[in-house]
Design a protein around this ligand. Structure first.
Ligand code: GDP
Length: 528
């Protein structure tokens, strides 16, 4: 395995972003096929335990045909270890997805060749852009009829304001698909003789599109078309520039078919060759280099109640520096306490045994009873405090109504727990007892109701709330105090006690924004 000069083994920690149905799951499976161990966080945790909560989630997953839980998967190829952080595909779970994107160094953007850039692709892309996460694009499903490659490339460039560089080119699409041309290698990967025409490793070697060797296997029409398009493409797009890619200004584009395994090997090679190693991570007063000796990491996700009997939870930590060893004591600056990490779940192991060490870029699952929260830093060096894990303003606000009013305490505990997981937010109005939950999508409300019943034995329902939008407010202490005092009926606090302004609609919000220059209204709350 390649190591850094300091002896640190290299990692590629990445996520796949896409709109539902573009082929993320299929591509993930194919990537894992090329690699070794497959570790689903849910499986590791649920082994030999009560699976009720999990199967309940699965029920929702099946009914809706979507994937709710997210997991960490690791595979190796060509001596490089890849950590793939899966993100829930459904747009309702975007906050969780956004958080996961804070823990990766790069992303693969999967686009359906027939659909181009879709709303969820664009949203996730914007998150990557704000964090300068470099992106490799995979245009999927070229085995089916799709849009013209030029139209797709131009759409990516225009919609996302990015330079695009085609690294490969489809030789026809759908019924006329004859393979994929690789610009750098000058060769074409060909459909196999198997029943469904998937890639079986058969490659037609050539030296560029003009090479007559290509005529052996490609039809005259396809070859002529390829030559014409490849010539135009070379003239129209810039050459690949690794620095521009790393800066997030340029995306290399690979065409392929996850289903038929075209372009998957090229994608892995691209990740290995171009995608960044673990990067320095931002802290309150600078950044931490992955080669720094002290172990440090941050929690980007908490999954609670995998086992409802024990109220256990797993906090997912991205390791940012040092060499983690099992049993290590790490400081938690938010509480000033130290935690001994005796049973970390290390997803990169070849099997399910607990492994003994982990390196920057790896993800560790830490079982705990609620002490670890999203945004927390764990470190040997108490001076380190990672920043930048965002909370997003919810798009749907609902009042929670209890069927049995004596269960208020349980409800509060449940809502706090789920807010802590980051799949929902909870707001406690300054006046009145109508607690408000905020989510980014309708589906989360269904999940909430179901989990309240199964995990907390609380029957509740949601009613419309008078508010439709929420903003965190900040500013000089006296300004915030004055604003809070004069707008009491529209103020709530979030789980951390931070003040939130609730408005009926966007118009009302902008009215208050306009009249209160000293107050900042933000849709994103970053934990300091
Ligand atoms: P996800 O929602 O992004 O995870 O998408 P899936 O991987 O579940 O794929 C959605 C649908 O597209 C499934 O029916 C897949 O079989 C199909 N699909 C995925 N990749 C390809 C591809 O390369 N070619 C074709 N023809 N279908 C594909």
């Amino acid at each position: 395995m390649p190591t850094r000069p300091t002896g640190r083994p290299d990692r590629r920690t990445f996520a796949i972003i896409s709109h539902p149905d573009a082929g993320k799951t299929t591509l993930t499976e194919k990537l894992l096929l090329f690699g070794g161990a497959i570790h689903l966080a849910g499986e590791v945790k649920a082994r030999g335990q009560n699976r009720r909560a999990r199967s309940d989630w699965m029920k929702i997953e099946q009914q809706r045909g979507i994937s709710v839980t997210s997991s960490v998967m690791t595979f190796e190829h060509g001596g490089v270890t890849f950590n793939l952080l899966d993100t829930p595909g459904h747009e309702d779970f975007s906050e969780d997805t956004y958080r996961t994107l804070t823990a990766v160094d790069s992303a693969v953007m999967v686009i359906d060749a027939a659909k181009g850039i879709e709303p969820q692709t664009r949203k996730l892309f914007e998150v990557c852009r704000t964090r300068n996460v470099p992106i490799i694009t995979f245009v999927n499903k070229v085995d089916r009829e799709g849009r013209e490659p030029f139209a797709l490339l131009d759409e990516i460039a225009d919609a996302l304001a990015l330079d695009v560089v085609p690294m490969s080119w489809p030789v026809g699409m759908g019924g006329t698909f004859e393979g994929i041309y690789d610009f750098a290698r000058g060769q074409v990967t060909l459909p196999g003789d198997n029943d469904n025409g998937s890639f079986d490793g058969d490659v037609l070697k050539a030296e560029g599109v003009e090479d007559d060797a290509l005529a052996q296997r490609l039809s005259d029409a396809a070859l002529e078309h390829l030559r014409e398009e490849a010539g135009l493409a070379l003239a129209a797009y810039p050459e690949f520039d690794a620095d521009a890619y790393l800066a997030g200004d340029l995306t290399p584009v690979y065409f392929g078919s996850a289903l038929k395994e075209f372009g998957v090997a090229e994608l892995i090679a691209a990740l290995s060759d171009f995608a960044p190693s673990p990067k320095p991570q931002p802290t309150a007063d600078g950044s931490v280099d992955p080669d720094a000796p002290a172990v440090s990491g941050f929690i980007f996700k908490v999954q609670a109640n995998m086992n409802p009997q024990h109220r256990d939870r797993v906090a997912f930590m991205r390791l940012c520096s040092g060499r983690f060893k099992r049993g290590m004591k790490l400081m938690q600056p938010s509480t000033g306490k130290a935690i001994a990490v005796h049973s970390p779940i290390l997803f990169f192991a070849q099997n399910r045994e607990l492994a003994d060490e982990a390196w920057p870029g790896d993800i560790i699952g830490i079982p705990n009873h609620g002490t670890l929260r999203v945004g927390d830093t764990l470190t040997e060096d108490a001076a380190i405090q990672f920043t930048g894990l965002p909370n997003f303003a919810p798009e749907i606000l609902r009042r929670v109504v209890l069927a049995d009013p004596t269960k208020t305490k349980q409800l509060r505990k449940a809502l706090d727990d789920m807010a802590e997981e980051g799949v929902t937010q909870v707001f406690y109005p300054a006046i009145g007892a109508n607690w408000i939950v905020g989510v980014v999508g309708q589906l989360q409300l269904d999940v909430l109701i179901s989990r309240l019943q199964v995990e907390y034995k609380v029957d509740a329902r949601f009613e419309d709330s008078p508010w439709n939008t929420a903003r965190w407010i900040s500013g000089a202490e006296k300004d915030v105090e004055r604003f809070v005092d004069t707008h009491k009926s529209q103020i709530a606090t979030d789980r951390d006690g931070a003040p939130v302004f609730m408005a009926k609609d966007a118009w009302e919000l902008s009215f208050h924004e306009g009249r209160n220059d000293a107050i900042r209204f933000t849709a994103i709350k970053e934990r300091a």
